[in-house]
Design a protein around this ligand. Structure first.
Ligand SMILES: *[C@@H]1O[C@H](CO)[C@@H](O)[C@H](O)[C@H]1NC(C)=O
Length: 192
């Protein structure tokens, strides 16, 4: 395992950490229950890896924020930072439009009053592999990265993600990207 694969483990506290909490329904396996320095909020957020290619061992990392209110009614926004090669967690989620911005000192998170999750459910995807926490266990994958490759992985990601969040399957999907139009085109054509 590459050393950087350990980072998300430190960064996220999986649902299993909170043995003292009692819920009527089982907690979603990807629910983030606590982040260091996170302000308390009334919406849920989720993060994890989704495998997009089992043979080569490719997995994309996502961070998903429900809307602050009425999440059942609001659309789903898939956010991809551009570059290409910019992290959607490092930029979009924590410096631009996400609900938790890293504070000036870098020690804690502060609530972003202009977060887009006031209007939509926000899904940040780290794409393609090699960006942010997303990775491949097959080194040669990194030699063939390109728009089509990234678009196909994003498509596979969304297909798998809907299995984890089936209630979003029929939700209006807005795909926002800084540059990589091909990815949104591929996802938009998806028969998921
Ligand atoms: C990549 O390899 C690590 C270490 O063997 C393994 O734990 C992980 O599940 C693999 N990832 C995928 C997507 O298969």
């Amino acid at each position: 395992m590459f050393p950087y694969l350990l980072l998300p483990v430190l960064f996220l506290c999986p649902a299993s950490c909170t043995t003292t909490r009692r819920h009527a329904e089982p907690l979603h396996q990807d629910l983030v229950t606590q982040l260091p320095g996170q302000p308390s909020v009334g919406f849920r957020h989720y993060a994890s890896y989704t495998t997009v290619d089992e043979k080569n061992g490719r997995a994309l990392f996502y961070w998903f924020f429900e809307a602050t209110s009425g999440s059942d009614e609001k659309p789903l926004v898939l956010w991809l930072n551009g570059g290409p090669g910019c992290s959607s967690v490092g930029y979009g989620a924590t410096q631009e439009i996400g609900p938790f911005l890293v504070d000036g000192e870098g020690y804690a998170l502060k609530f972003n009053p202009y977060s887009w999750n006031k209007e939509a459910n926000l899904l940040f995807l780290e794409s393609p592999v090699g960006v942010g926490f997303s990775y491949s266990n097959t080194s040669s994958d990194y030699d063939i990265l390109g728009d089509s490759f990234a678009a196909n992985d994003a498509y596979s990601f969304l297909h798998e993600w809907y299995k984890k969040f089936p209630s979003y399957r029929n939700r209006l999907l807005h795909c926002w990207r800084e540059l990589c139009r091909k990815i949104c085109t591929r996802v938009g054509r998806a028969d998921l």
